[in-house]
Structure formats: structure tokens, C-alpha cells
Design a protein around this ligand. Structure first.
Ligand code: 13P
Ligand code: ZN
Length: 269
């Protein structure tokens, strides 16, 4: 029987991931197994689950993450398709427990689905968020076409250049992604270096970071919020691209207009 049976709160977390996985696929951001999602589900774990034996070996994370002692995560499986996860989340992802040494994990349900290869980045970020006392529980990595395309222009990778272009395309982007888009220079996918650089960018007060020429990594209170930020930034990227394809460089809202939004809506930046 699935761990989700008779556990509506835990099931909702997993079903929300499945819903977002479907969006990622339909948007064309999730080719093959592209992208990954993890959610800290510890608050939905009961004593019965805590006593459940592991169904697989104790596996090293590759780093020690002291704030993750006794935490639980739903993780997309490595090499699994988002479009499959959308329909069968517990066959294409699993729930893991971090062991007491904070350096290993074990799969506890439902099937022996090995977590995403980007687990170091996801778990390092969750460890960082807990350390900061953040209420953020979800991290989403995906390959949005227009944003990744923009990361191929070195000019856009200079601090907050891309952020300002994207904010200036439509007021919603400033309002709903007020921290903008951090930049992480190209690094080997799934590496610990990428994990460290991602934390550094999030620590610079970004909720969404660009992994140059690869994809984006977003954190949020839940998986829907993390997705919405990527979706909003991508909307701006599409407006920018469409203006260029119509033969002109888009004017963009002015700095004053963007400042006005920050003031009126009391935004963090
Ligand atoms: P996984 O299939 O291991 O999750 O990897 C997909 C990906 O996007 C790597 O960056
Ligand atoms: Zn990727």
C-alpha cells in the first residue's frame, strides 16, 4: 500500500509536485528526464512513518548537511520523465529520510526509485533554508527555453542585467519575482560545486537562480510558488524575444516605474 494512503496532507504535497511536473512538460521545459523537484515533507511525517524501515541501502549524499537530521523529502527520481511523474508520482519519485549522521539518505517509500542526480544542490539548499529559519519547503530545477537562451549572452550574465530586463517587460514580474534572477556561472550538472554556487546565489537574496546554459533553480514556500516564479520570469523573456522578433528592441518600463511598484507593494528590493 502506498505511504500516501490515508495521509491526505502528505498526498497533497506529492500531488502538487505531479501537477507542476505536468506543467513543466507541457511548457516544453522538461525534455526526456530534464529537471527535478524536491519538497521537504517533514511536517507531514507521522510516528508510523518514522518507524518504517528503509527499503534500500543507506547512500551517501556526498556532503554533510547538519540541519537535515531526521528530515524527509519527496524527490523526483533520476532519469525519470516529468511527464511520467505527472501521472505516477510514486513510481517516478520516492520519499527519502536523511540519516542521523546528516551525510546519508535512505529510501523509505513507495518504490526503490533513486533520487535525482541534482540531489546535492537540492539538499544543500534545503539545509541552508532550514538554517536560516525560512518557511520555504520546495525547490524546482527546470530547463525553460527562453531563459536558458538568454543565458548564452555574456552581457546578460553581468549582475542584475537580466533581472532588470525581465522586470521591465511587465509589472507582474517585478511584483511576483521581487528578488530577481541570480546568476550561477556554468558548472558541471549534479556537482557539489554547483550546489555551493547555488547556495551562494540564494544567500545573495535570490529565490530563482540561472544555471548558465543549463536551466533555472527556484525555491519557494511550496512547489506551486516556486513554479510560478519561473513561469513569470519566462513570460518576460518571451515578451522580450517577441519584441525582438517583431523587429525592435523593447522599450521596457523605466527604473522610476519599477521603483514605484516596489514602493506601492512594499517589495524586498
Ligand atoms: P535527473 O534525471 O537526475 O533529475 O537530472 C535531470 C537534470 O535536469 C539534471 O540537471
Ligand atoms: Zn538540469
Amino acid at each position: 500500500m502506498s505511504i500516501l494512503y490515508n495521509r491526505p496532507d502528505l498526498a497533497k504535497q506529492v500531488n502538487d509536485v505531479a501537477e507542476v511536473a505536468g506543467y513543466l512538460w507541457t511548457k516544453g521545459w522538461a525534455e526526456r528526464n530534464g529537471g527535478n523537484i524536491t519538497v521537504n515533507v517533514t511536517e507531514h511525517i507521522d510516528d508510523e512513518i518514522r518507524k518504517m524501515p528503509a527499503i534500500g541501502p543507506v547512500t551517501p549524499i556526498g556532503m554533510t548537511l547538519p540541519n537535515l537530521k531526521g528530515t524527509y523529502f519527496y524527490c523526483k527520481g533520476t532519469n525519470r520523465r516529468m511527464r511520467d511523474l505527472a501521472r505516477w508520482p510514486m513510481d517516478n519519485g520516492s520519499i527519502i529520510r536523511i540519516t542521523d549522521d546528516c551525510a546519508h539518505y535512505e529510501i523509505i517509500a513507495d518504490n526503490l526509485v533513486k533520487p535525482t542526480s541534482e540531489l546535492p544542490s537540492h539538499l544543500a539548499v534545503h539545509n541552508y533554508l532550514i538554517g536560516k529559519g525560512s518557511n520555504y519547503k520546495a525547490s524546482v530545477h527546470t530547463h525553460p527555453i527562453e531563459l536558458v537562451a538568454m543565458s548564452h549572452n555574456p552581457e546578460f550574465l553581468k549582475k542584475d542585467v537580466l533581472t532588470n530586463i525581465l522586470w521591465s517587460m511587465i509589472p507582474e514580474t517585478k511584483a511576483f519575482c521581487p528578488r530577481g534572477l541570480g546568476i550561477v556561472p556554468y558548472m558541471l550538472p549534479s556537482s557539489n560545486e554547483l550546489a555551493e554556487a547555488t547556495i551562494k546565489a540564494i544567500d545573495d537574496d535570490y529565490d530563482v537562480v540561472m544555471w548558465e546554459k543549463h536551466g533555472v533553480f527556484a525555491v519557494g514556500p511550496d512547489v506551486m510558488e516556486a513554479f510560478d516564479m519561473i513561469d513569470t520570469l519566462t513570460k518576460s523573456a518571451i515578451i522580450y524575444r517577441d519584441a525582438l522578433s517583431m523587429g525592435f528592441v523593447p522599450d521596457g518600463m523605466s527604473q522610476e516605474q519599477m521603483k514605484e511598484i516596489s514602493t506601492v507593494f512594499n517589495l524586498p528590493k
